[in-house]
Design a protein around this ligand. Structure first.
Ligand SMILES: [Zn+2]
Length: 411
């Protein structure tokens, strides 16, 4: 029986969103949290973009050290040979790639302005896939951008060519959030049946359907005999109205009426980490979690009206579909209301020792404390907000990796 996998794309789609971004340390923390949750793969960045190089290499080193295992780290590039060459030049040990190219007539005409035909698109993609294969890529996914506005016969032809040239997966990108659950089901089922490789669902929320479409698309892939790989982002942060939210999509797959009886995850996702990852992403992006966000919103387990409150007091299952502790909620949170020492780009050693001491981190000697403080200062320069405990602990535990993450050298 085919299964469902999760590929989180916060560190690609999330960070390319207008008005938003993450520092390289923040991206790394997101990868660490996703790995803890049991997410199959993180689309961790842009290997053909120079300022990503040290970050991507550092994260691959964390994986080699076993600190970021077993999650796969995969990079996103355009499906052109030039990007493949650049990716392997800048990040030689990259192992997993997704190659993206537009497939709809709208985009082929509207972006290439009549200079490219459908056949040109297929051959560009095929050449890029072959180049990735020649460089020893262990897995290649091919992304059909604007798949939902692409005629199905061409998508099948495109997918078959991708398979022939070494792609293990086809990403069905509902780039504009145009699909509905009924159309995406039919399209994806046809692709799975006719191409015979696993299908990725990449859904956007322009019509408020990203999670529903992800579920319907996954059903289509599995009914068509193939594994489904759902793309998500933490808190749904992504281009325009955003992507399918990680927590909401996992909840929908595992808790919606009857779905999980037939359509199962390859391996469980630990939602008790949901609260932590959502809160961190909210803080790092500077985007509050909406009050009515599934699972992690302030109101997700709040009741005030008489009938609801009475019902929950008698039995939470009267008005709660799942319990707060499944999402990692329920622990009281400590908020400092008096004097506070926090990290900053101009912090000194005394305040820093105080902060680290509160987390029971001690240093072997003054030189080591100064070294970690210096890295924390640089991390603050990049994030422009006080670092959270996990970031400080990460820097103290992996100073060499942190140094690499904080290194940006323009050409
Ligand atoms: Zn997208």
């Amino acid at each position: 029986m085919s299964r469902i996998y999760f590929i989180d794309v916060t560190n690609r789609d999330g960070v390319q969103t207008a008005n938003l971004g993450l520092s390289k340390l923040e991206k790394t923390m997101i990868n660490m949290y996703l790995n803890e949750m049991g997410v199959f793969q993180s689309e961790f960045g842009f290997p053909a973009t120079r300022h990503e190089s040290f970050y991507l290499q550092a994260n691959l080193e964390l994986a080699d050290m076993g600190a970021l295992q077993p999650m796969r780290l995969e990079g996103w590039i355009r499906a052109i040979v030039d990007d493949v060459e650049k990716a392997f030049k800048l990040v030689p040990n990259i192992k997993h790639l997704n190659l993206s190219i537009s497939t709809s007539d709208q985009m082929i005409q509207g972006k290439f302005l009549g200079k490219k035909s459908q056949e040109d698109i297929v051959s560009m993609m095929a050449d890029a896939a072959e180049a990735a294969r020649a460089h020893g890529a262990e897995s290649i996914g091919v992304n059909a951008e604007d798949a939902s506005r692409t005629e199905i016969d061409f998508l099948i032809r495109f997918g078959l060519a991708a398979k022939e040239h070494g792609a293990q997966r086809l990403r069905y990108c509902d780039t504009l959030g145009y699909d509905n659950p009924f159309t995406i089901y039919e399209s994806v089922k046809a692709l799975a049946e006719n191409i015979g490789i696993p299908i990725e669902l990449h859904c956007h929320g322009d019509l408020g359907l990203a999670v529903a479409n992800s579920l319907a698309g996954a059903k289509g892939a599995i009914d068509g005999g193939q594994d489904a790989y759902i793309n998500t982002t933490v808190n749904g942060i992504g281009e325009r109205a955003g992507n399918a939210d990680l927590v909401a999509t996992v909840l929908a797959v595992t808790k919606s009426k009857g779905f999980a009886e037939k359509y199962r995850l390859k391996k469980p996702i630990d939602l008790t980490k949901a609260w932590k990852v959502s809160r961190f992403a909210s803080y790092a992006f500077g985007v509050p979690i909406p009050m009515n966000q599934p699972g992690v919103g302030a109101n997700a387990f709040a009741h005030s009206s008489g009938i609801h409150a009475d019902g929950v007091l008698k039995d939470p299952e009267n008005y709660e579909l799942y319990s707060f502790d499944e999402i990692g909620r329920g622990e009281p949170e400590f908020v400092e209301t008096g004097s506070e020492i926090c990290s900053g780009e101009y912090s000194g050693i005394s305040g820093f020792r105080h902060i680290m001491g509160q987390m029971e981190v001690s240093f072997d000697n003054a030189t080591q404390a100064e070294e970690i403080l210096e890295l924390a200062r640089y991390a603050n320069v990049a994030s422009q907000r006080p670092l959270v405990e996990d970031e400080l602990l990460f820097i103290a535990k992996y100073p060499k990796i942190a140094k690499k993450l904080l290194t940006l050298i323009p050409e």
